[in-house]
Design a protein around this ligand. Structure first.
Ligand SMILES: N[C@@H](CCC(=O)N[C@@H](CS)C(=O)NCC(=O)O)C(=O)O
Length: 213
């Protein structure tokens, strides 16, 4: 078995770690899990007691929480992070963890649009609000982009926020945010992005319209 094993559900937050591992150019294996009760099995809970992906086996233990895994991998491989004391450290941390803010809205919308099958189970008002909040997050990305990347050079912050935007743009279009649209095109042109594009997973549609309320 490889020294690093990523426990992964396609198109979920674990794609963020998959993409980063490809960017880092390290050897790893992927163990794919279905997005169902299997994540509550004893075998999976031993990897992440919260029953969520990603989980990453490395150095004889399992790590969980995407932001923590991103920090650990960048420290371990000495690339794509910003170490304490470096000028862009604070901004790097902010963007890496801001990806979770976007993901929380995308996760709520995924639950409403994809997981809850009956109309009575979902709240159109909440769905509309959550989609609008994805848009507010996109505004922050548009405002934060001053050059080609979120920081002065490409970093794991671009991977983190870029993958969160992939999830978020299923519910709110990038629209008239030209810097963000060009940045996403740059990200999607990267070999590591293409290598982490693992096909169908959580979603059956490219875009889910906001309910008319
Ligand atoms: N904050 C956590 C969230 C992890 C998370 O909720 N992952 C979702 C997939 S995107 C999941 O595994 N959900 C399974 C469930 O809620 O049962 C992280 O970033 O690792």
């Amino acid at each position: 078995m490889a020294e690093i094993v990523l426990h992964h559900v396609p198109e979920s937050r674990s794609q963020r770690v998959l993409w980063l591992l490809h960017e880092l150019g390290v050897d790893f294996e992927v163990k794919a899990w279905p997005f169902d009760k299997t994540l509550r099995s004893e075998a999976f809970l031993a990897l992440n007691p919260a029953g969520r992906v990603p989980a990453l086996e490395m150095d004889g233990r399992s790590y969980w929480e995407t932001g923590a895994i991103i920090e650990l991998l960048c420290e371990r491989f000495g690339r794509l992070g910003r170490a304490p004391g470096e000028a862009e450290r604070a901004d790097w941390l902010i963007w890496v963890h801001f990806s979770e803010t976007i993901s929380q809205h995308a996760a709520a919308l995924t639950q409403s649009h994809v997981m809850l099958r009956e109309d009575w189970m979902r709240s159109p008002t909440v769905m509309k609000l959550e989609a609008a909040r994805v848009g507010k997050c996109f505004d922050a990305v548009e405002a934060g982009l001053r050059g080609d990347w979120l920081l002065s050079e490409f970093s794991a912050a671009d991977v983190a926020v870029g993958q969160a935007v992939l999830m978020g743009r299923r519910f709110h279009r990038i629209g008239d945010r030209p810097k963000m649209a060009a940045w996403m095109a740059r990200l999607e042109a990267r070999d590591a992005f293409k290598a982490a594009d693992d096909g169908a997973g959580l979603y059956g549609q490219d875009f889910y319209e906001v309910p008319d309320v």
